[in-house]
Every structure is written in C-alpha cells, then in structure tokens.
Design a protein around this ligand. Structure first.
Ligand SMILES: [Zn+2]
Length: 436
C-alpha cells in the first residue's frame, strides 16, 4: 500500500512536470554533466542537489517514468559550485557526480570489490562502463564514477607515469617504418642514460604513456594499453603515403576562419593551440558543420607525398555535433615566414601541461593556402588511441614558414611523426575542381 502511495506521489510530480513545462534551456545553457543515480535516490532529491527542478530534469532527460534505477545516468545542469557540493566527500560520500577516474583491474578484483572500495553500487559501476555483465579481466580499464578522493585511494595502473621532459630528440624517421630506434644517447653508458631515456615514454593525465621512440614508440602503441589496440588492429589508420589518388571534382570545403585568441600548451607530445568552445571557426565538409577545437604540429610531416616528407605538418582538428572529427592537414616547408604562425612560434612553452595565453590572436585564415583543394580519405588519429572515423583533408598546396620558425618547434620536439600506415582498400581522393 505504501508503495502505491509512493507511485501515486511520483505520478503527481511527473504530471506536474508535464503541465508546468519549463524550458530546460535556462538550466542547460551553462552546460550539463552526467550523474549516476545512487541507491535510494529520488528525482526530487537529485533536483534539489543540483539546484534544478523535477520538471527540468524530466525534460532534460526526456524521462517517461520518474522511477529511477540505481546506476541510471541522468543529465543534470552543470552549474559552477553546485556540482562541487554534490560531489564533495563530506556532503555526499557515495555520490557519482561528474567525476570519474580510470582504474585498471587487478588480480583478485571483482566488480563487487571495486564498487565497494569506491563506495558505489555495482549497477553504477556497470552503467559507467556501459556493460551489464559481471565478467572482468585483469588489466581491463574501467571508469570509476565518484569523488576523486575516493577513486584516488585505488591503485590505478601497474605502470607508473614517468615525469614528462619537454625535449624529445629522435632521429627523423621519414618513410622508413622503423621507429623502434633507440635514441642515440640511450646507448651511451653514462649516468645520464636513465634520465635521457625516461622521456621516451612521455604521458600525461591518466592515459597510459606513449612516445615516438623506444619502448613506447609507434610500433608498440597497440600493445601499451587495451585502449590503444586500434593502433595495431585498425584498418583505416593515419597518416598514409599519398600516392595514386583518385582524381575527381569534389564539393568545396567551406572554411570560416578568423583571427582568434587561443591558449598554447606543451602537452608532452607536441605544441598545441586550443580554442574555446563556440569560437566560431568552422569548416563544412560533406555538408556537415565542424567546429575548430585545436591545432598542433608534427616534425617532420606525418603524411608523405609519393614517399617524400616535408619539414613539418600542421593539424587543425575539428569536431561536429555528433562527435565526429575532421582534421585539416597543412604541409609546411622552409621559405618565407608565416605571419599566421608568428604569435604561436614566438611563444613555444617548455613547461609541460601548462596553458598560456597567446600574445596575439591567431589569424587562422593565414594558415591556409589560397587554393584549398585537398586530398581526402577516411583515417584515424595519428596518436594513441588511434581512433578511426576521422575525415582527413590534406591540403594539396603546402605552406611556408622560415627556418627560425621551424627551429622554434624542433628545438622542443622533433621526430613527432607516426610513420605512414597501410592504405588498404581505402579510396584516396584528390579534388581537381577549378572553382576556387
Ligand atoms: Zn596531429
């Protein structure tokens, strides 16, 4: 009988929600995050916790029932300060909230043990990892929802993260697929050997470290972590050697690029410039709008043209509303100074994982040649996890930068090129339209 009353009460709350529909846009304008429903949670309590209302939660999640299951994922408004309270250990010890920490399954672990240590339910753990079974294996990577303090108490990985050093020198490997070459200094039997070899596996965050040379180099990426297995088993990997493209007239890619402020960061693998969400720089490719996220460099170039490599390669990474990526590659060769890259290459940071404001906005249009025809093919990220489904747009016309600009990058990173990967049965198109 008590259950019936509860259901009736919930039905009334739900009905009230429908009749007093409040547009969720006010609540979601500041962003959303995902909350994992805990045992004993109700919509009213969750709404109060996140400073929203039941009708807004119903609308935001398009709920058809107000009965929640433990482990269910709910979108909640991500208001500054509110999330912090909801996920603080003192306030809600077992709250899921937006934070999650990577954990590698150890010998003797069970789902129940992991969930208990993290102070969450098995259902929440399953939901956060997208499976319903209970079989786990040693070495498997799992995301543990919960407060960082709780998750941090759990051992994360067998392999400790090696501090990142900003200088990774390597013999330039162009078309030769032999990146396991040990850095020259590693062979020298001097006390600095270990220190010099350490940067070979450089990483940051919770991801498994990887590198361009040595043990963590490109031919080993696929075995460094289950997350990186596509680096080995993928069949649409990038970069490729551009040879015998299928020439045809293609619809123009529409670039909308303007002068934009950005943050420059040395991420331990390359120099990257990040742009804020909603920066307005977009491309339309295959009729799909993609927004610019960031650009970064490789030296020498990752793509080769009939076996020939270039001094550097610029990658402009874009994302569409569905999460799909489109990368515009620009081959860079020695010549005149690049005005577009001036604010970037005069402020290359050597401290790792620290974002710095650029001294001036980057005039993104100046990074592109006037002729924006391109080679196009389906490929992947050229760094772990080597995710596929990336639209590659490699502009056929290289751009120039001067030797001082090249040196500004190569003084910090060289040999940051994954070797060309098998093209397999993929089509490689070259746009020959003359409408530019
Ligand atoms: Zn890249």
């Amino acid at each position: 009988m008590r259950r019936l009353y509860t259901l009736l009460a919930l039905a009334c709350i739900w009905a009230a929600g429908i009749w007093s529909v409040v547009t969720p846009s006010a609540a979601t304008a500041e962003g959303e995050t995902v909350y994992v429903v805990q045992v004993g949670d109700g919509l009213t309590a969750i709404a109060r916790k996140f400073g929203t209302t039941v009708p807004q939660l119903v609308a935001l999640n398009r709920l058809v029932s107000t009965v929640l299951q433990p482990g269910q994922l709910l979108k909640v408004p991500n208001r500054a300060g509110v999330i912090a309270n909801a996920t603080s250990p003192a306030a809600v010890p077992a709250a899921g909230g937006s934070k999650a920490t990577a954990y590698r399954v150890q010998k003797g672990d069970t789902l129940f043990k992991i969930a208990t240590r993290a102070g969450i339910s098995v259902a929440a753990l399953q939901a956060a990892n997208g499976f319903t079974g209970t079989n786990i294996r040693v070495g498997q990577r799992m995301m543990i929802p919960g407060v960082p303090a709780v998750a941090a108490a759990i051992p994360t990985a067998a392999k400790p993260l090696v501090p990142v050093a900003p200088v990774v020198k390597a013999p330039p490997t162009t078309a030769a697929p032999a990146p396991t070459v040990v850095p020259a200094q590693a062979a020298a039997p001097v006390p600095t050997t270990a220190a010099a070899a350490a940067p070979a596996i450089a990483g940051h965050g919770s991801a498994v470290p990887w590198a361009y040379v040595g043990e963590g180099g490109p031919t080993r990426w696929g075995s460094l972590s289950p997350d990186y297995k596509l680096c080995d088993s993928g069949i649409e990997q990038s970069p490729i050697d551009v040879v015998n493209p299928l020439k045809m007239g293609l619809t123009d890619i529409i670039f909308k690029y303007a002068a934009t402020p950005g943050k420059i960061i040395n991420n331990g693998h390359t120099i990257q410039v990040n742009f804020a969400a909603g920066n307005g720089n977009t491309i339309v490719v295959d009729g799909i709008l993609h927004e610019l996220l960031q650009f970064h460099f490789h030296a020498p170039s990752e793509h080769t043209i009939a076996g020939a490599s270039f001094a550097m390669e610029l990658h402009l990474v874009h994302k569409n509303a569905g999460g799909g990526l489109a990368v515009v590659g620009v081959l860079l060769q020695p010549g005149a100074a690049s005005a577009g890259l001036a604010p970037v290459l005069t402020s290359v940071p050597t401290d790792v994982d620290v974002a710095h404001d650029l001294p001036a906005p980057v005039d993104l249009a100046q990074l592109l040649p006037a002729d924006r025809r391109a080679y196009r093919y389906p490929g992947s990220l050229t760094t772990p996890p080597c995710s596929e489904g990336v639209r590659w747009i490699l502009l056929t016309t290289p751009m120039e930068l001067d030797t001082a600009q090249i040196a500004a990058y190569t003084a910090v990173y060289t040999g940051t090129n994954r070797p060309p990967q098998p093209r397999g049965v993929r089509f490689l198109l070259q746009d020959t339209s003359v409408t530019k």
